[in-house]
Design a protein around this ligand. Sequence first.
Ligand code: AMP
Ligand code: MG
Length: 352
Amino acid sequence: MTTKLIHIANPASVQDQELFGAAQIIREGGLVAFPTETVYGLGANALDEEAARKIYAAKGRPSDNPLIAHISSYKELEPLVERIPETGRKLAECYWPGPLTMVFPKSGIVPYGTTGGLDTVAVRMPSDPVASRLIALAGVPVAAPSANLSGRPSPTTARHVWQDMNGRIDMILDGGAVGIGVESTIVDVSGEVPTLLRPGAITVEMLHETVGRIEIDPAIQGPPAEGLRPKAPGMKYRHYAPRAEMTLVEGEGSAVVAAINRLVRKDEAQGRKVGIICTDETRDQYPQGLLRSVGIRAQEETIAHNLFAVLREFDDLAVDVIYSESFSQDHLGRAVMNRLMKAAGYKCLKVL
Ligand code: AMP
Ligand code: MG
């Protein structure tokens, strides 16, 4: 398959003519990758089981890992769900359009091929102008997981999408680098108490302020317990399995730097190629290893923005080992640490 690459001239004020071709592909059951404010998505008609099947095939994604249906206005939610609980309505009012996905009891029109066999459906209304206009022009809800091969870091530029998807999908819309850089927050509102299934840019602190009590799925905090099924099926997969063995180093700032330097010296002495994930604040403190700053520690949004690009770069550089500094678990830091821990297969070294 030849993959068309379409460059959007000015993503903030995208013209309908630039999106007609993409919208038609989606309506006809094909696959189009497009930018959203979180990461690039791989879109197909969410109501067409055959189109959903193509997404799983293009990504190499396990078919029990459900897809998020993307909409462009609140009225498109109703036909997809059996009911809209009060918490869902409140959260939509506060955070839609935006980086929040909610899980509802599904209606009959959403095929099990989209929901991975579940009786619930995950829905999001993105704020990115290209995403939003594309969904509106397609005229159908758009199932769109991250546009990477399963197991690779989520793509935050069209180049990342091209690396993974060239030849596997019909079209890629290049709308430049995304803003946020980590996937949407997922909240299950189908039960009595809203439950956080995946941390993202809409933080627990924000959700708590809007709806009061909120539970946190244990699958977010650590490796899935034997026999326990995480509520978001995707959380059981190791999202990013780098060729390199990755370790997160946790502790007080200078102790972390000292520990990483010690580990790097030892690995390099044994002929290993070592990557270090540091921050602007610490980049002068590592004399050895391949050093990449992931952003400014004091500005968490810069860390979220650069995280996946740095992980991809280390894959391209074929490093054998990665050591990463760690981050505080509040606000956006919770989402950053969740992605880092998954990338490291939860391998974490605590230093004093
Ligand atoms: P991705 O689209 O790659 O960001 O992944 C979508 C995530 O949403 C996966 O981790 C899924 O497990 C989760 N998800 C989608 N639909 C549901 C649902 N109905 N219930 C719980 N989690 C869901
Ligand atoms: Mg994904």
